[in-house]
Design a protein around this ligand. Structure first.
Ligand code: ZN
Length: 535
């Protein structure tokens, strides 16, 4: 036998091995073929008509017309076919092990969730990612390493500067986090213990993340009266740390501060002009959500953990000092000037409080609804175990101005709720489809193509996810298909447990995870590892 014949035979054997040896059968060229699509590719370019073929977990071909057999064909019916959405700010470890399918996100077309924001991440990261990889999840999942978690481990919840030795230890934890697969360093300088951290200390940790290819992303020290200084600080940390820096869930809190987004955006633009890679993310709601204690108590009152907090609240003079500050926070900051603007989300010690307004709870305690009495009620809540809350204190005008900015991407700041339980912020159910329905179609604040860019190519570029976020041959097949005429959010502050509408299909790594209004049995999500992961 000549060598050419040997080669041909070997080739034929390979083909048989690949496609199965059914005589006369056409080999299946593709696993999935999406026809009749209006493709919004993620780059911001206008939509175009085409077909997309998937083989395995990747996009094999995109063309006006694709010939060849496919194991399955989806007729998109002229709807929008976009890259699956990437959520750069989630607290999805709340719920991912209870609901590994992350229905609230998957039903919006979200295919990748990023955890570890606000300075709070699992630590160490590796066991968490190992557990995720073992459990079988629907969306892809990744994490940052949190500055607050790192500081808590080395120094605790204490208001003091770190020693040089402690800084070295913290740098070591950040380095380990990056080696374990983090995508960068997050901070929550508003929260305890982040709030006790001098800027220069954050810079020292940022340098480690930056040298290993990571980004810095920050829930800033102050999103109310001090928001301009906080944006300056975020930019400074990026500049001195030598890494991309991001103002996360950018918003302006408190009626007295409304309108300041004009100035914050100008600061970001000026930074970009001088070469600082500063960007923004945002959720499309005029209310924020965090714990009652973080939002309505001064940071100094939270030092040292719960027992210390309770001790302070039991000492009458300390308590009245705290209550005065709580009243100010209700008047000028997260309270939006009215106790009715504060809504309880989840109270472990009394689930019936979920959804109630602080004014009504104050009344329920037999008190007249004044800001001072509402402050007393807030402290009463903290004493009983605390609650998470929703704070209606953001203006629509600031929201839209930030959304229009080209350096703003979308992130939910959400979690994975247990369906029907508690009264979570609706952003977990609605962020992405709300942008597409309300802000693209109904209000025309941004174009469809720009919205998709803010949810796909932009966050993927920011994170360095080189193989996701754009619909192009060779990229991973993370795909959202939706009807631009009907896509919308249903979740409200009163009735948050309502899934998105208008998404036809969500495809993760080439597998259909959601279709026909139902989750499938597929669990195609993968743990994604950052730029310095040692694996
Ligand atoms: Zn935050």
């Amino acid at each position: 036998m000549q060598s050419g014949q040997v080669k041909r035979l070997a080739l034929a054997a390979g083909v048989v091995a690949l496609f199965g040896a059914i005589p006369g059968a056409q080999p299946t060229a593709y696993d999935l073929l999406i026809r009749n699509a209006r493709i919004v590719d993620g780059t911001g370019s206008p939509w175009y008509r085409g077909e997309i073929a998937v083989r395995g977990d990747a996009i094999a071909r995109i063309a006006p017309r694709i010939e060849g057999a496919a194991a399955r064909t989806i007729d998109a019916g002229g709807h929008i076919v976009a890259p699956g959405f990437i959520d750069i700010h989630t607290h999805a470890r709340r719920g991912i092990f209870e609901v590994p399918t992350a229905d609230n996100y998957t039903r919006q077309g979200v295919t990748t969730l990023i955890e570890g924001p606000d300075g709070s991440s699992p630590l160490p990261i590796k066991p968490f990612l190992d557990r995720l990889a073992a459990v079988g999840i629907t969306p892809n999942f990744a994490t940052f390493v949190g500055q607050g978690s790192v500081r808590d481990q080395i120094i605790g919840s204490i208001n003091r500067k770190a020693t040089p030795d402690e800084i070295e230890k913290m740098r070591g934890l950040v380095r380990q986090g990056m080696l374990d697969g983090a995508f960068g360093l997050s901070s929550g300088l508003f929260y305890v213990p982040g709030t006790f951290t001098p800027t220069a200390e954050v810079v020292e940790l940022a340098k480690v993340a930056g040298s290993m290819g990571g980004i810095y992303i920050s829930h800033m020290r102050d999103e109310a009266s001090g928001v301009l200084d906080s944006v300056r600080e975020t930019i400074e940390i990026g500049e001195k740390g030598g890494l991309p820096t991001q103002v996360t869930h950018h918003k302006i809190i408190g009626t007295a501060n409304w309108g300041k987004s004009g100035d914050t955006l100008r600061l970001v633009e000026e930074a970009r002009v001088r070469g600082v890679d500063a960007t923004i993310d945002q959720y499309p709601y005029t209310a924020s959500s965090t714990s009652i204690q973080a939002a309505l108590m001064p940071a100094w009152a939270l030092e040292g953990g719960r027992q210390e907090v309770l001790k302070r609240l039991q000492a009458p003079s300390r308590r009245s000092e705290i209550q005065k500050e709580t009243a100010r926070l209700i008047r000028e900051e997260r309270g939006g000037g009215d106790p009715q603007n504060v809504q309880l989300a989840r109270c472990e010690w009394d689930p019936s409080l979920a959804g109630k307004r602080l004014g009504d709870v104050t009344k329920g305690r037999g008190l007249e609804v004044t800001i001072d009495n509402a402050a007393d009620t807030a402290l009463w809540i903290v004493e009983r175990g605390g609650c998470s809350g929703i704070f209606h204190a953001i203006s629509e005008e600031d929201l839209q101005r930030i959304l229009r900015h080209p350096a703003t991407m979308i992130g939910s700041d959400g979690e994975i709720p247990i369906f029907g339980t508690a009264n979570p912020h609706p952003r977990s159910y609605g962020t992405f489809v709300r942008v597409l329905g309300r802000y693209v179609r109904d209000l025309k604040v941004i174009t469809l193509e720009d919205a998709v860019r803010k949810m796909s190519a932009f966050p993927s570029q920011r994170l360095g996810l080189a193989d996701r976020g754009v619909l192009r041959e060779g990229m991973k097949a993370d795909i959202a298909i939706f009807n631009p005429d009907t896509v919308r959010d249903l979740a409200t502050f009163e009735r948050p447990h309502q899934y998105a509408e208008g998404v036809d299909y969500t495809i993760v790594n080439g597998q259909v995870a959601f279709e026909g209004g139902k989750m499938t049995a597929a669990r195609p999500g993968r743990v994604l590892y950052g730029p310095s992961a040692r694996r």
